[in-house]
Design a protein around this ligand. Structure first.
Ligand SMILES: [Mg+2]
Length: 363
């Protein structure tokens, strides 16, 4: 007699705060409630970091140039971001998650995967856990969260969008494959606009179309993403929830209202970027040895320059100095500069070195 032991079906919850930055602003300033609001950018420049639901009605969304947003919604109110507040709220939410499971994988300040297959509260039903967590988040922070519950990360992530805002949805092993087949591939997490366009050229517009292609075909045309696409077309995703996902770099960048062709002006723009990166490193006790400067020109071509020291960067002045020197190596600029970025990598979270992996903490 053969006894087959099946691994238990995993229970994954994807929790996603609703219009997070915008909701925090509306929570903290009653004058902003019920109004179309954009966090980040300004009427004249930059991009929208987050939009309230009132603004989304007008077609305003994150990553949209502020100018476009203002045109779509003339009454749009622009509010500067308060990342310190968002981080503090994010921390409160993580503490709630941690009461249920140690397997938490944050994707950003406002989203995380939780593996609750074996949870600390010994609760059997993942939908009940999701309900409780959302209620606790509301109670503690005053904010709404949505959740997706499923047997893998891909489907949990897709599910959290289904009843947004302030809702949750379950995708069971029974209805997972059917759900994926009906879904347009451009909505798949992990399929960006460029990939969706390429898939379309191959006649792939839905999960069912994707499923009809062989593993060989997908690998041939989509490289190392091929096997991932092959699996998710069948509702299969074996990726684990990884609580110790190691962050590889900390970076900040800025697009300018006007392109810059003067070296001193460009250097001056590096200062706030270096400060932002350093503040994050300092708060999270991260050190890094590699400094990279990214330069994007007016024609959207791009250059990067890096330098790796034998010792970690020792402070903001050190970081700014290294970035300035790297920038000087591409001067005179071949075109005016439209964007600059500063990144610190080869990270360690403890300069004294006990080799512990660092928790993922997003800016
Ligand atoms: Mg969100």
């Amino acid at each position: 007699m053969t006894v087959t032991i099946q691994p238990p079906v995993r229970k994954i919850i994807h929790v996603d705060m609703d219009a997070f930055y915008a909701s925090v602003e509306q929570r903290d300033n009653p004058d902003l409630r019920g109004k179309p609001l954009a966090v980040g950018g300004s009427a004249a420049r930059g991009v929208v970091a987050a939009a309230s639901y009132e603004a989304r009605v007008f077609g305003v969304h994150s990553a949209m140039p502020s100018v476009t947003a203002k045109r779509r919604c003339p009454d749009l109110i622009f509010v500067p971001p308060r990342f310190e507040v968002y981080k503090a709220v994010s921390q409160q939410i993580r503490e709630i998650f941690a009461e249920y499971t140690a397997l938490i994988e944050p994707l950003s300040l406002d989203e995380a995967y939780l593996d609750v297959t074996e949870n600390l509260k010994k609760m059997m039903v993942a939908t009940e856990i999701a309900m409780e967590i959302r209620a606790r988040i509301k109670q503690t922070t005053g904010l709404n969260a949505s959740a997706g519950i499923s047997y893998n990360k891909f489907l949990a992530k897709m599910a959290s969008d289904l009843n947004k805002p302030n809702g949750q949805a379950v995708i069971t092993p029974k209805n997972g494959p059917g759900f994926v087949e009906a879904l347009p591939v451009k909505k798949f997490h992990g399929v960006g606009p460029a990939t969706a366009e390429r898939m379309k050229m191959h006649g792939i517009e839905t999960g069912a179309d994707l499923k009809s292609k062989s593993l060989q075909y997908l690998t041939e045309h989509f490289g190392k993403s091929g096997p991932y696409f092959y699996d998710i077309a069948r509702g299969i995703d074996e990726r684990q929830v990884r609580p110790d996902r190691i962050r590889k770099s900390v970076g900040a960048e800025d697009t300018f209202a006007q392109d810059i062709d003067d070296l001193e002006l460009a250097r001056a723009e590096l200062r706030p970027l270096a400060e932002k990166v350093w503040r994050h490193c300092d708060t999270n006790r991260i050190a890094g040895k590699t400094v990279t400067v990214k330069i994007k020109y007016s024609d959207f071509s791009q250059a990067t320059r890096s330098r790796t020291g034998t010792l970690p960067v020792s402070g903001v002045t050190d970081l700014f100095q290294a970035a300035s020197e790297l920038l000087a190596t591409v001067y005179p600029f071949r075109r005016p500069v439209r964007l600059l970025g500063v990144t610190l990598s080869s990270l360690t979270n403890d300069p004294d070195g006990d080799g512990r992996p660092q928790l993922d903490l997003d800016l």
